[in-house]
Design a protein around this ligand. Structure first.
Ligand SMILES: [Zn+2]
Length: 130
């Protein structure tokens, strides 16, 4: 099937509105009685330089928060973990002396495959961790 100028223009308009390729295909097929597939729309758009609006907002990369207080006093109380509260996926960075009552673990979200959160990974793997 060849793309007429009207089809391409309509595709560009719908793409500008933020419709996905599959919705554009559906709209074109309803309007023009065509049978374009989602992939046909995608390749038409790339051929004609029509940008597909992503529905995902690209969030700016977040800098891992470095723990500012070496004693962990800036760690939110709700996040802190005792030894018994530790579970997979939480940061196991220890604070304090294990024999003291105020000993706790960071409890933040650990990076997958690492025992610590982003900030504590930076401390733990300083020089190796990027
Ligand atoms: Zn941590």
């Amino acid at each position: 099937m060849s793309w007429s100028e009207a089809h391409i223009k309509h595709t560009a308009v719908l793409a500008k509105l933020g419709l996905s390729a599959s919705l554009i295909a559906k709209a074109l097929n309803e309007k023009f009685g065509t049978s374009y597939s989602k992939n046909a729309v995608v390749s038409c758009m790339s051929r004609n330089g029509i940008p597909l609006k992503s529905t995902f907002k690209a969030s700016p990369p977040t800098q891992p928060q470095l723990p500012t207080m070496p004693d962990g006093s800036d760690t939110p109380a709700a996040q802190r973990c005792t030894l018994l509260q530790l579970k997979p996926g939480v940061c196991k960075w220890p604070f304090g002396e294990p024999q003291l009552l105020d000993f706790f673990f960071c409890g933040g979200d650990a990076i997958e495959g690492k025992p610590y959160c982003a900030g504590h990974c930076q401390v733990a793997y300083r020089g190796y961790w990027n």
